[in-house]
Design a protein around this ligand. Structure first.
Ligand code: 6LW
Length: 537
């Protein structure tokens, strides 16, 4: 339970991994990875480090990010955000494209520049602005099949070059600077300075259950780095914490030498560990030992409930349940898969979202507009009418982990009627069950209720007839089963040969459990369902 001077983790629930943070005056900025989703790299602001508001995305144009060749969980990997001399910089890697890039903006809400490319192997680039040089730090990927070949004598670890952030030109060639603290896959480096030392943070252990954060320090930004004698800054490996796979951290300094860390982690649920919400963003205070080493918790643990930072609390408004698509632009929570659909779907008629009945939900370019599942218990739903142009045209709502792990309930045109179809796509299993029919012009309300165990879809047509689908098992959408780096998205889809549309009047997302935090029992406590989706204002 939180009180006025405490906060609960995670601070940004749902699929928001690899957080990177910077401060400008009283305001904090935070970015996370986005993989195959467009627009790319969500960006948030906060003034208290606890309540975060998404102000947009960094990558909003195809000229900045080409995801056409990105497999699920490919595309945009861990970003870093920094601010220097009035300009914001974000660097990241399109692992399915040209590799590392840097974009810049004076307004973090955008627009951000087109990218400049940095010719350096690896993933997880970071920037450190020194007096007259800009260090570009990444991991070394010794995989010779990648497009960015490692130097032959580089081991796996952390490398660093000096770049011109305006052009991406490498001014001083990359050098191997550290092998990390000993766990596998040293990556996610961030270099920063405190007192007479340069500190190098690393994500280690791989981004699964053995994940952790290491740190080394040196009097030179080039090393040699010695590892902290206190062990990992963060590691939940072997702990019974409700938070697991904690790692990939970034630090931010407040006034008066107060330091905080953001990192990623997961909240497994159920009898066997599995998580549905992806890797989420957590916050923890960093304390410095007398001999100058950063520590989190007593032994590297991120607590569920902590004392707030010494900053005025802002207490964010909960986001509205309903999006009626009446605005000029889609709200920043909405995501497409690989390609932008916004002009086509938004401007057909104000207040209605129009998804073209083209492509397949399990195809390379699904017509899907989704938002992150951010709560273990929720309901979501939409009012829908199918304007079919051909037999088999379809539209509905879906919960999507990836192209071959998702569930959906929709209307599919069959002669003069629409079939109500439940889709179950799990690996090679590709099931479509017809649960009933509606007349061809019917407007329906379609709903999904999610819990840690199941998703339950239902539909009510304009004559008030309800069709409830049998529950489908949530665990098959977990990262442990479906694989990948993302989390479940819930949203709207259309499918078919082209020419028709799924018209969506509104979409609701109603949390039924607390989003942040928590000892596990508390998290699974279901809020009274009288805020149910279809009756909300
Ligand atoms: C990211 C790497 C990692 O680039 O997972 O958590 C990769 N660590 O550092 C994808 O998010």
């Amino acid at each position: 339970m939180t009180s006025a001077d405490t906060f609960a983790n995670p601070v940004i629930p749902g699929f928001h991994p690899d957080p990177s943070i910077c401060r400008v005056g009283d305001t904090f900025y935070l970015v996370t990875s986005s993989f195959e989703y467009f627009p790319g790299i969500p960006i948030f602001t906060s003034t208290d480090l606890v309540s975060w508001t998404q102000i947009g995305h960094v990558l909003t144009r195809v000229s900045q990010v080409d995801l056409s060749g990105a497999p699920d969980s490919g595309g945009i990997f861990a970003p870093t955000i920094r601010h220097h001399d009035g300009t914001f910089y974000v660097t990241s890697t399109n692992v399915s494209g040209r590799g590392h890039f840097i974009v810049q903006a004076t307004d973090p809400a955008g627009p951000w520049s087109d990218p400049v490319w940095v010719d350096q192997n690896g993933i997880d680039p970071s920037l450190y602005f020194a007096d007259d040089e800009v260090y570009f730090t990444s991991n070394v990927e010794p995989d010779p099949s990648g497009p960015h070949l490692a130097e032959p004598d580089f081991e796996r670890g952390i490398q660093q070059s000096v770049v011109d952030p305006a052009t991406g030109e490498v001014l001083v060639a990359p050098r191997f600077i550290w092998g990390g603290t000993g766990a596998r896959y040293p990556e996610g480096p961030h270099l920063f300075r405190r007192g007479g030392y340069y500190y190098l943070l690393t994500a280690e252990g791989g981004t699964e259950y053995g994940h952790r954060v290491g740190v080394g320090r040196s009097t030179s930004p080039w090393g040699p780095f010695s590892a902290s004698p206190y062990g990992p800054v963060v590691s939940h490996a072997g702990m019974t914490s409700a938070f697991q796979a904690m790692g990939h951290a970034d630090f931010v300094e407040l006034a008066d030498d107060e330091w905080w860390m953001v990192c990623l982690g997961v909240r497994p649920v159920g009898q066997w560990p599995r998580h549905l919400l992806g890797r989420e963003t957590f916050l923890a205070r960093v304390r410095w030992t007398d001999d100058g080493w950063p520590r989190v918790g007593e032994r590297g643990e991120v607590a569920a409930v902590q004392q707030r930072p010494g900053l005025p609390a802002t207490g964010a408004e909960p986001p509205p349940v309903r999006d009626d698509f009446g605005a000029d632009r889609l709200a920043p929570c909405w995501q497409f898969v690989r390609r932008p659909l916004e002009p086509a779907v938004l401007h057909a008629r104000r207040g209605l979202l129009a998804l073209p009945t083209e492509s397949r939900l399990d195809g390379p370019s699904p017509t899907f507009v989704g938002r992150r599942q951010q709560h273990h218990a929720f309901t979501a739903g939409a009012r829908l009418r199918l304007e079919a142009a051909a037999e088999g045209d379809e539209a509905g709502i879906a919960v999507r982990m990836n192209g071959d792990h998702h569930y959906a309930l929709g209307l599919r045109r069959a002669g003069a009627v629409n079939e109500i179809v439940l889709r179950i796509r799990l690996g090679r299993l590709d099931l479509v069950r017809t649960l009933g029919t509606t007349h061809g012009l019917a407007e329906v309300d379609v709903t999904v209720r999610g819990s840690v165990d199941s998703y339950v879809f239902s539909m009510v047509d304009d004559a008030g007839h309800e069709v409830a689908a049998p529950p489908v098992d949530a665990k098959f959408l977990s990262a442990e089963v479906a694989g990948g780096f993302t989390g479940v998205m819930v949203g709207m889809y259309a499918a078919g040969a082209g020419g028709g549309r799924g018209w969506f009047d509104w979409f609701d997302y109603t949390p039924l459990s607390s989003g942040g935090s928590v000892p596990r029992d508390d998290d699974e406590r279901v809020i009274e369902p009288d805020r149910a989706v279809l009756t909300s204002p």
